[in-house]
Design a protein around this ligand. Structure first.
Ligand SMILES: O=C(O)CCC(=O)C(=O)O
Length: 284
């Protein structure tokens, strides 16, 4: 049995966002409907799609997921998933846990019936310092998640990470070994690491694991404090880019094909040739 049970259309919404949360949510809703009307079965939104991206903004835009009904974003995503009968991977939003007051960068996934299927809290926080280029420290305000997120659909299993999570091959490898056919990463790379690594990382995770990889960025806004790289893309299990946007708002739609996955895995059978007797514990 293939890890991908049947063909599907995957849509990435490279959303133009602003400081206005309600406007961002309304625009996201419109674009999800547009993607669904183009035949998408699974729709993905970008990292931090309801707010600008930046540590100053996280506390101000954070929403609590409990008690039920308290998150405006949750309600809108659930309703539009149901309305369009699509799986909706709702990018990410700043989340506050009311019990601990901790903040997380969190992705919510909804079924075509509007039910919450999965919640992923970004595991690897984006703390980097490239002198003269970019310094960013999510850990100043965010706490990290502590689990790999995999959810089931009628197409097969989907693995979910957020942005910087893609730099850690162990996360994608673990999901792939649990038979995920795709890793989806809502992400917002920047004008330094975007050109350096965005496509390289997507293609690497794809070819390492012979799975599809999808990266969904916000559109670039040169008036914002953080300039996102854009270039949302879908890569196939051979590491070839199937669809790629430029920097401005748009929707990328790719056909994911079960026969292609099987053919690639048959031709280069690395998934059956692993030597876990040699590298039993990758954490050694
Ligand atoms: O890894 C990178 O270069 C960028 C990561 C990022 O922007 C993020 O995690 O939000």
């Amino acid at each position: 049995m293939s890890i991908l049970k049947q063909p599907l259309k995957l849509a990435l919404v490279q959303l133009a966002t602003s400081v206005d949360k309600s406007a961002n949510l309304a625009r996201a809703r419109t674009k999800v409907i547009e993607a669904a009307n183009s035949g998408a079965n699974i729709v993905v939104l970008p990292e931090c799609f309801n707010s600008p991206y930046g540590t100053d903004y996280f506390p101000q835009y954070a929403e609590s997921l409990s008690p039920p009904g308290s998150s405006q974003t949750f309600e809108i995503l659930s309703a539009v998933a149901k309305e369009t009968a699509t799986y909706l991977i709702g990018g990410s939003i700043p989340e506050i846990d009311p019990a601990t007051s901790r903040l997380y960068n969190t992705s919510l996934v909804f079924s075509p019936k509007g039910d919450l299927l999965a919640t992923h809290r970004k595991v690897h926080l984006f703390d980097i310092d490239i002198p003269g280029k970019i310094k960013f420290k999510e850990s100043e305000v965010l706490s990290p998640g502590d689990k790999i997120t995999i959810f089931e659909t009628e197409y097969g299993k989907i693995g979910l990470g957020i942005c910087y999570d893609i730099r850690f091959p162990e996360l994608a490898m673990t999901a792939a070994r649990k038979d995920c056919f795709v890793m989806v990463y809502p992400g917002a790379f920047n004008m330094t690491t975007g050109p350096l690594h965005w496509s390289l990382l997507a293609r690497s995770r794809a070819v390492d694991n012979q799975i599809y990889v999808a990266l969904c960025s916000p559109a670039r806004d040169l008036g914002a404090t953080y300039h996102a790289w854009g270039h949302s893309m879908v890569v196939d299990p051979n590491g070839s880019i199937l669809e790629e946007l430029e920097a401005s708002e748009g929707i990328a739609i790719a056909d994911l094909d079960n026969e292609k996955v099987d053919e690639i895995r048959k031709g280069i059978p690395v998934t059956k040739q692993r030597r876990f007797d040699v590298y039993k514990n990758v954490a050694d």
